[in-house]
Design a protein around this ligand. Structure first.
Ligand code: UDP
Ligand code: MN
Length: 264
């Protein structure tokens, strides 16, 4: 295995920890060859820290308030970017030479080690605006220097969408034109709940998805699951497509079989 490379995710509360645990177990199901790291914040309970440590090689608490001076300063000057700055903390993991960041609301469907052949900054197009990348899955190279530049950028320009995706897209602004190798194929960040307007392409390529991203306001943990029948129950309005139903079902199966037993 490669010990100086890692998959990294982030969970700032016990709810997002459930997503991180399913993601971690989904990575472990497909011959894991890299380290698994989760960044957490002080709000995460001690119980969840114990559970996370059963799945992740490293559980690293990130506390913006008593971080290095330059982080502290960036946070104080732009408190609304708190969560965004937390995600940027992944650049401080300098004991790794290269990492793949995955949102806690993603699910890995097969081995994705080939992502480590890519360089910084690689990401897949956003389904809503394909000249921007989606920041739910990206390849990066930890560096305190880059981290500092990102924070400087955040302080000076903020984020055009108020979150990490806007900030990262304006920082890595030549992503869409500079180097095609930094465009990850869409199958590495397939949004499960987007209604694709190019449905023949979805029919042709959707089944080769390697990473599914449950982006948007309704996360898998917002649904109800019946462990007896193994069915995922719809909550609220949006009825899921056939494909989304398959991915939701997989998320809940992993939760039931590979996450809940960790609490025993
Ligand atoms: N996140 C978190 N706590 C929150 C919101 C977000 O830990 O309260 C982390 C988590 O890793 C999440 C990522 O930030 O996957 C991005 O947020 P989200 O996935 O909710 O945004 P979306 O992908 O729907 O735009
Ligand atoms: Mn997400």
């Amino acid at each position: 295995s490669v010990t100086d490379q890692a998959f990294v995710t982030l969970a700032t509360n016990d709810i997002y920890c459930q997503g991180a645990l399913v993601l971690g177990q989904s990575l472990r199901r497909h011959r894991l060859t890299r380290k698994l790291v989760v960044l957490i914040t002080p709000q995460v309970s001690s119980l969840l820290r114990v559970i996370l440590s059963k799945v992740f090689d490293e559980v690293i608490e990130v506390n913006l308030i008593d971080s290095a001076d330059y982080i502290h300063l960036a946070f104080l000057r732009r408190p609304e970017l708190g969560l965004t700055l937390t995600k940027l903390h992944c650049w401080t993991l300098t004991h790794y030479s290269k990492c793949v960041f995955l949102d806690a609301d993603t699910l890995v469907l097969s081995n994705v080690d080939e992502l480590f052949d890519r360089g910084e900054f690689s990401a897949a197009p956003d389904p809503g605006w394909p000249d921007c990348f989606n920041s739910g899955v990206f390849v990066f190279q930890p560096s305190l220097h880059t981290h500092k530049l990102l924070l400087q950028h955040a302080m000076e320009h903020g984020s055009f969408d108020g979150a990490d995706q806007g900030l990262l897209n304006s920082f890595f602004r030549n992503w869409s034109t500079a180097d095609i190798h930094k465009h990850l194929p869409f199958i590495y960040n397939l949004s499960s709940n987007t209604m694709y307007t190019y449905s023949p392409a979805f029919k042709q390529f959707g089944s080769s998805a390697k990473v599914v991203h449950f982006l948007g306001s309704t996360k898998p943990w917002n649904y109800k699951y019946n462990p007896q029948s193994g069915s995922v129950l719809e909550q609220g309005s949006a009825s899921s497509s056939q494909h989304q139903a398959v991915f939701l079902h997989l998320w809940w199966t992993i939760y039931q079989n590979n996450v809940l037993p960790l609490y025993k």
